[in-house]
Design a protein around this ligand. Sequence first.
Ligand SMILES: Nc1nc2c(c(=O)[nH]1)N(C=O)[C@@H](CNc1ccc(C(=O)N[C@@H](CCC(=O)O)C(=O)O)cc1)CN2
Ligand SMILES: Nc1ncnc2c1ncn2[C@@H]1O[C@H](COP(=O)(O)OP(=O)(O)OP(=O)(O)O)[C@@H](O)[C@H]1O
Length: 191
Amino acid sequence: MEMDKKAFRKQMLDRMKELSKPEYEQLSYEIARSLYSSPLWLQAKTIGITVSKPPEADTWQIIRKAWEDGKRVAVPKCIPQAKQMVFRELKSFMELESVYYGLWEPSPEKTEEVLSEEIETLIVPGLAYMKNGFRLGVGGGYYDRFLEQYKGRTVSLAFELQVINGFPVENHDKPVEMIITDQRVWASGNA
Ligand SMILES: Nc1nc2c(c(=O)[nH]1)N(C=O)[C@@H](CNc1ccc(C(=O)N[C@@H](CCC(=O)O)C(=O)O)cc1)CN2
Ligand SMILES: Nc1ncnc2c1ncn2[C@@H]1O[C@H](COP(=O)(O)OP(=O)(O)OP(=O)(O)O)[C@@H](O)[C@H]1O
């Protein structure tokens, strides 16, 4: 099972990497525009969001737009020993530091913690999704653990090619309410 997942993650990443830069930019832009018209975006004053690393759909432009719209942006910092995440308020990209795997995280010296209950809409990252909202993440279990106690709304952003028919789901997997792709919005009805 774990080996299956590992090979499957690599396969998904390889498929995402096949997007050309213009495709990546255009599809990311379409996903972002679709998000901006969603109540999950419009109604949230505080959003939780990761800082994307290609080939993940771009979130830098979404963070910028959130600031323009006067939203509070909370970005995760991982605590690897505990496999937990703490969200911290990002007011400038210059508050980011590169910790591992080329991921950008908020610097604890430059940012303040945002509590889970303050996040109204959480944008949940993943590599692959099923139409019913189940997702396969990068494998730390950080989001599955966070979602156990998180009470707000959830949405994932994905290229349509990441939405597939089936993959192994485990007991601890928590579906997202909605998946926004470059082509459509998949609502899970699982809220
Ligand atoms: N852009 C972005 N930021 C993100 C995530 C993401 O998916 N995308 N995350 C989404 O969760 C968190 C970071 N996730 C991580 C997941 C695993 C490992 C890690 O240490 N992996 C180990 C193997 C762990 C395992 O297989 O159980 C390794 O590769 O050695 C690190 C960070 C928070 N930030
Ligand atoms: N709620 C949880 N409690 C304890 N362990 C968990 C929980 N969620 C996940 N795990 C463990 O974390 C590891 C990674 O989980 P999994 O492969 O499901 O992550 P994932 O699908 O990539 O999701 P995520 O985006 O959360 O990392 C597994 O060893 C799993 O057993």
